[in-house]
Ligand binder design. Structure first.
Ligand SMILES: Cc1cc2nc3c(=O)[nH]c(=O)nc-3n(C[C@H](O)[C@H](O)[C@H](O)COP(=O)(O)O)c2cc1C
Length: 205
């Protein structure tokens, strides 16, 4: 059965993480449900210097060749009639990359006022994987308490903190190291980075 994943991009810095994740997922036979908040669109336009369709950008700027069986479904962030707003829609998990402190706070409070926060709320109540890439610095006690609350509720708090033991050479290397760990969490095979201790020459690149 085709795996279904929900990807949300919110208005924290680091839209490239969400873009890189979608780029990876669409190279696999997956159904991706994409939602970008209005602030997410603005920050993405500012940071990545494009506005409009993310899939078109991924094809033209990053050379994306989608898997023939990949399906991308895009939803407006205020579309509460979208499938993922309902617990009856079965899927394999949701990633919010990046996740703003505002969206984090809303999910921690159960304040499901848009498709992103509602879909995350549904993940928690239905015990489906929910991975958040919160991005802010420094973190206030409120941010930290919200993260703790969400972690206790079952979410994976996965801040996009760079590692350097893979010897990244550019921004994409740094971003892909985080994307690789998200794919690990979702049990999706990849060759983005070699797992620590893996001596298989085919692994990583
Ligand atoms: C250029 C820019 C960068 C921002 N970076 C962050 C950030 O790193 N973390 C954060 O929590 N908010 C950040 N914000 C603020 C959010 O965009 C703002 O709180 C917004 O209301 C979030 O809405 P959303 O969660 O619905 O996308 C940034 C705003 C701008 C304009």
């Amino acid at each position: 059965m085709t795996r279904k994943l929900i990807v949300a991009i919110t208005g924290a810095s680091g839209a490239i993480y969400g873009a890189a994740l979608v780029y990876e997922l669409l190279q696999r036979p997956m159904e991706v449900h994409l939602m970008v908040s209005s602030s997410g669109k603005l920050v993405m336009a500012h940071e990545m210097k494009f506005s409009g369709s993310l899939p078109l950008f991924l094809k033209s700027a990053w050379g994306l060749t989608p898997h023939p069986d990949a399906v991308l479904k895009e939803y407006l962030a205020d579309d509460l009639f979208a499938p993922s707003a309902s617990g009856s829609f079965r899927h394999d998990g949701m990633v919010i990359a990046p996740c703003s402190m505002k969206t984090l706070a809303a999910i921690a409070a159960g304040f499901a006022d848009n498709l992103i926060t509602r879909s995350a709320d549904v993940c928690l109540k239905e015990k489906r994987p929910l991975i958040l890439l919160p991005r802010e610095t420094p973190l206030s006690a409120i941010h930290l308490e919200n993260m703790l609350r969400l972690s206790r509720a079952g979410a994976v708090i996965h801040p996009p903190v760079p590692a350097f033991y893979h010897h990244p050479e550019n921004v994409r290397d740094i971003v892909n190291a985080t994307v690789a760990r998200i794919l690990d969490h979702l049990n999706i095979a990849h060759h983005l980075i070699r797992a620590w201790g893996d001596t298989d020459p085919q692994a990583g690149s």
